[in-house]
Design a binder for this molecule. Sequence first.
Ligand SMILES: NC(=O)C1=CN([C@@H]2O[C@H](COP(=O)(O)OP(=O)(O)OC[C@H]3O[C@@H](n4cnc5c(N)ncnc54)[C@H](O)[C@@H]3O)[C@@H](O)[C@H]2O)C=CC1
Ligand SMILES: O=C([O-])CC(=O)C(=O)O
Length: 267
Amino acid sequence: MTQRIALIGFGAMGRSLARMLAAHGDAVRCVAVLQRPGTPAGGGWPAGAVRVETVAALLAQQPDLVVECAGHAALQQHGAEVLGGGNDLLVAAVGALADAALEQRLRAAAQAGGAQVLVPAGALGALDILSAARLAGLTQVDYLSHKPARAWKGTPAEQLCALDALTAPTVFYEGTAREAALRFPQNANVAAAVALAGAGFEATRVRLMADPAAEGNRHVLHAEGAFGSFDFSVTGRVLPDNPKTSMLAPASLARGILNRGAAIALA
Ligand SMILES: NC(=O)C1=CN([C@@H]2O[C@H](COP(=O)(O)OP(=O)(O)OC[C@H]3O[C@@H](n4cnc5c(N)ncnc54)[C@H](O)[C@@H]3O)[C@@H](O)[C@H]2O)C=CC1
Ligand SMILES: O=C([O-])CC(=O)C(=O)O
């Protein structure tokens, strides 16, 4: 059976996601895309998808799943309405949940609507082992985001280090997952996913690094506790039209969508 999805946002991640899903034939059909008024549809538009500007119009297309790939503001603006209407919501902008008031609002809307916020592994992955480790006993989680200097342009990193003058990899920020996710909404969503899966927003320690020579986005995770310990790292190629976003981020949304329709699904 074909799964009907609707997208909120159609930037670099949305376009990449649409391309990946189109490669899976009839398994998934994108029936609608919500964009802000005045935003041009752009290339790579999913065949047959209606362009809408409100959640009501999006839901009128009767999607089985709504996928946010637009950023923190979009989740703030539309998340509760989607969930309250009984629709599961797969979110890219996981870092928005570091805002405790929004997290509460989305939890309440999900409960009222009988729906779920679905958090993908995103650009990092390893959330399966981390969330299992939490149940078995987790005492420490450290996450490092190591990205090319250009990925930090247009963010508060510009005030914390001289991005254009770096000659070596430089940690410009250390703090909690909560603060990192809120201060770096385009770059630290993975930190929030790690926090939700593992030790929480306050106890998860985050370092952000800019590297003038790096070619991809490297994410490094260390966790330990009664369960044992593990180390995981991935170096992801970035999307051609957004140097901040790893190709694995839309791929992980695609995985989450296809998994829902699969006879044998990865838990
Ligand atoms: N979970 C993860 O691993 C990752 C999550 N992200 C999150 O995904 C977001 C999207 O990433 P990209 O597509 O690469 O960014 P992008 O900047 O290329 O595209 C974002 C698109 O969303 C649209 N948009 C913004 N606010 C909107 C709203 N209120 N309603 C509808 N559309 C809206 C913009 O016009 C733009 O077309 C990032 O801002 C970040 O928060 C990014 C990378 C990894
Ligand atoms: O795409 C990535 O490499 C990670 C990212 O931007 C985020 O966590 O927000």
